[in-house]
Write a protein that binds this ligand. Structure first.
Ligand code: F0G
Length: 464
């Protein structure tokens, strides 16, 4: 008998409550797909078997977090959960000032409104849908300054989320630093495939921006997952804790926007946080939050939600948690890669990204290859994924033409602490089944297009 040599890791938790899943037939899925206009955002959750639409707000909370929910102090003003959250943000992210928001885009809205003047430019390491939209609504123009490797799904660069300093310098030369209120730097860049930024790069960005008087605002949504990649890929940090890496990352910025629905293991919540020297910006945000979200000690959240998020921070920086979290993504990635499925490499922090251009080379981009592939995967197995290609990229704000992004991807996004390794196996097998019949797959045409963030509500029909 062959010996088992490998020592595996396993999930650092056991399961206390379960939610039963409904299985559907192919006929039921065909009907559901047609009714939802071939848009996985419009499917009913009860028609989904394994839900890999997003890792946002879909996490499983721990008993420690649920216990904290019972300690919700639902006072309108000065809830003790707010002060607890503030203390955790100060401790783990190092920012002095906290303004809670209902979720990440609430914070993006405020920082954009406060810092951006019409005609300004906001560089970023690739766009994110809601982030860019708020920058545009404030009168700004987003400029992509991520390294070229990020746009190449086959490049094995270990930090594809890095900012290209040359691109940043070119922008400063072209428009002048005065027209650049801040650079927005995201951890594990979502639209690039969950790709991390290195500490070395963050230091360089900080140094460059300091020289030119440009702020650095982090999108801290998945910064803890980014910290894990720094620890495992940048030699200098191999013996540092995740918390130490996180704190150092934040030290190179002036503040952050945060969707707590990802890293922080909750179902709702976010915040804007600002460094000690940003008191004026903080005062403005603290005033503005009253208009759009709620009083500055709850920002659209219940006290119990703030408590769950405060406790989530403590759990999220635990190395065993984060190793298993990213280990699960790596497990699926290795499986798919071993059978020749085209995916974005290296595998990122929160999802597997299928390369729809290589998966369905017969489709033109305007036939929506990623949208098509997402609907085919649902049809095969009831697994729900998300388009991250031309539909998500929207239209050019000046010309009104489609943006044609280089990356045309389908995201299989893993909620934290929700699915087992068997769910992972079933998922890989479903993708394989669709890959086997890929030559017979036809594209889609868009028949309804909403004005903002069209990917959420657009409708499609199958091309004959
Ligand atoms: N920034 C990043 C990098 C995100 O991934 C998201 C949300 C946001 C900001 C906005 O935060 O949803 O709390 O308002 N991403 C979700 C996703 C929607 O599925 O990737 P929010």
């Amino acid at each position: 008998m062959e010996k088992l040599k490998k020592r595996s890791w396993a999930e650092p938790f056991k399961i206390k409550t379960v939610e039963l899943l409904k299985m559907t037939t192919r006929e039921e899925r065909e009907r559901a797909l047609k009714e939802s206009g071939y848009n996985t955002f419009l499917l009913k959750s009860e028609d989904v078997y394994i839900d890999l639409l997003t890792d946002s707000g879909t996490n499983a909370m721990s008993d420690y977090q649920w216990a904290g929910m019972m300690l919700g102090d639902e006072a309108y003003a000065g809830s003790k959960n707010f002060y607890n959250l503030e203390a955790r943000v100060q401790q783990f992210y190092g920012y002095k000032y906290l303004v809670p928001t209902h979720q990440g885009r609430g914070a993006e809205h405020m920082i954009s409104k406060i810092l951006i003047k019409p005609g300004d430019f906001i560089p970023g390491n690739m766009y994110f849908t809601t982030t860019r939209l708020h920058q545009e609504l404030a009168g700004g123009t987003f400029v992509d300054v991520i390294i070229d490797e990020a746009h190449d799904p086959t490049s094995l660069h270990p930090f594809k989320g890095n900012v290209d300093l040359q691109k940043l310098e070119n922008l400063v030369k072209k428009v002048g630093a005065k027209k650049i209120p801040y650079i927005s730097v995201a951890g594990t860049v979502n639209m690039a495939g969950g790709q991390p930024v290195s500490m070395e790069n963050l230091r360089q960005v900080r140094e460059f921006c300091k020289k030119h008087g440009i702020r650095v605002i982090l999108d801290a949504t998945r910064l803890i997952e980014n910290a894990y990649f720094i620890k495992t890929r940048e030699k200098e940090f191999e013996n540092k804790s995740i918390a130490e890496v996180l704190l150092e990352m934040c030290s190179y910025s002036d503040g952050c926007t945060m969707s707590g629905k990802k890293d922080l293991l909750v179902n709702i919540g976010g915040f804007l946080a600002l460094a000690e020297h940003e008191r004026e910006v903080f005062e403005e945000a603290r005033n503005m939050v009253v208009v759009y979200e709620g009083l500055h000690t709850y920002g659209g959240l219940a006290g119990r939600d703030m408590e769950a998020m405060a406790r989530g921070i403590e759990e999220a920086v635990n190395l065993d948690h984060i190793r298993a979290r990213i280990g699960q993504i790596e497990y699926v990635g290795e499986k798919l890669e071993s059978i020749g499925i085209p995916i974005v490499m290296p595998v990122g922090g929160h999802a597997i990204f299928l390369d729809a251009k290589r998966f369905l080379p017969q489709l033109k981009q305007i036939e929506y290859p990623a949208q098509t592939l997402a609907s085919e995967i649902y049809l095969d197995s009831g697994i729900r994924s998300m388009e991250r290609g031309i539909v998500s990229a929207g239209r050019n704000k000046e010309t009104g033409d489609h943006n044609f992004p280089k990356l045309e991807l389908v995201r299989l996004t893993f909620p934290r602490r929700v699915y087992t390794q068997a769910h992972c196996d079933v998922t890989a097998e479903a993708v394989e089944a669709v890959y086997e019949k890929r030559n017979s797959i036809k594209g889609l045409k868009m028949v309804y297009e909403p004005k903002y963030l069209r990917f959420f509500q657009a409708r499609f029909e199958k091309l004959a």
